[in-house]
Design a protein around this ligand. Structure first.
Ligand code: LMR
Length: 332
């Protein structure tokens, strides 16, 4: 056997040991991609998750946040999650229909009276069940994050459903939302979020629906003359991960990350409404557009025109689930 001087052996062992240690200590990298700006409820939530995860798990976890579709945009992000190219996403609840028909419930127009009702449904048994409803496809829901209720926008005033007739509206990739606009005899067009500003600017579409924070952060008020405060639907998110990746994390990392996610979710959900109101104020201050308030009668007309959409999707979503969501409008 080759005889090595003791000092050399010691140094070799030490070097091996050190490099072995360095390898074991490499942080787990979690890429969190999303399509909106930093100043929105989701953007702030992603940044807070990064801050708390890196503070509480120093050296163990590194979180890289990619806002504004800078890593993956709509259409590609779910595929990337399944391929392991990104570990966290928070797509709007309108973007899951390829994976489950049940989550379509959140797109039904005029389903929830307010965000408190949404909260009750998401945290009730049926809402919680939806988080794990895509596990067979390797997608695990970790939390719901609010953005808020949607408002309509167009280059003409929308007061009654007939005002929308014939207009082209951008919608998210959701069959329910397509039907919602068809119900008022408008033409829906699916388009990724990153394309909205240009689509409106060039007239590929004439109007859209979104929350105040998404409108303001995308400068939609520069290319739309009118907003209608309709509160007709919801933009909320499911924070999702690759189920195999998440379950494969060491317990002393996964546990704290789940606690942090719960904490961040409370914070996002507390701040979302205030962020939307401050964005609405910025749109008012910019003076480039007009905000239309509906009378109760006008709002009832929109509701009546869009409600038939429910029946179309009741089979896919499930009457029981819809009933549970409606029940959540009653304060507990
Ligand atoms: C949209 O596409 O309008 C929204 O889903 C964007 C978002 O993530 O809030």
């Amino acid at each position: 056997m080759l005889k090595l001087p003791k000092a050399l052996l010691c140094a070799a062992t030490l070097a091996l040991g050190v490099s072995g240690f360095a390898q074991a200590a490499d942080p787990i990298v979690i890429k969190f991609a999303h399509v909106v700006a930093d100043g929105t409820p989701k953007g702030q939530g992603a940044n807070l998750f990064k801050k708390l995860a890196e503070e509480r798990l120093p050296g163990k976890v590194r979180v890289e946040v990619y806002p504004n579709s800078s890593l993956f945009g709509d259409g590609k992000e779910m595929e990337a999650l399944l391929l392991g190219d990104v570990q966290l996403l928070a797509p709007s609840l309108a973007k899951f229909e390829q994976y489950t028909k049940k989550v379509q419930i959140f797109d039904l127009p005029f389903l929830f009276d307010n965000i408190a009702a949404v909260d009750r449904f998401q945290h009730g048994p049926q809402g919680k069940e939806l988080l794990t409803s895509m596990e067979d496809k390797n997608i695990l829901g970790l939390a719901y994050w609010h953005n808020g209720l949607k408002q309509l926008s167009a280059n003409k005033p929308l007061r009654e459903p007939k005002d929308a007739r014939g207009l082209k509206f951008r919608v998210q990739a959701s069959s329910v939302l397509e039907e919602q606009f068809k119900a008022v005899r408008a033409n829906p067009r699916k388009m990724s979020f990153a394309e909205v500003y240009q689509g409106l600017q060039t007239g590929v579409v004439n109007g859209t629906e979104n929350t105040w924070s998404n409108y303001e952060s995308q400068k939609v008020h520069e290319v739309q003359k009118y907003f209608t405060e309709s509160d007709h639907g919801l933009i909320d998110y499911m924070v999702i991960t690759n189920a195999k990746f998440w379950k494969g994390l060491p317990a002393d990392v996964r546990g704290p990350l789940e606690e942090i996610m719960a904490e961040v979710s409370i914070e996002v959900n507390k701040q979302a409404e205030a962020l939307n109101q401050s964005s609405k104020q910025k749109i008012i201050d910019a003076k480039t557009s007009e905000i239309i308030e509906l009378t109760p009668e006008q709002r009832a007309e929109w509701r009546e025109a869009m409600r038939p959409v429910w029946e179309k999707f009741q089979g896919e979503i499930g009457a029981d689930l819809i009933k549970a969501a409606e029940e959540s409008n009653k304060a507990s």
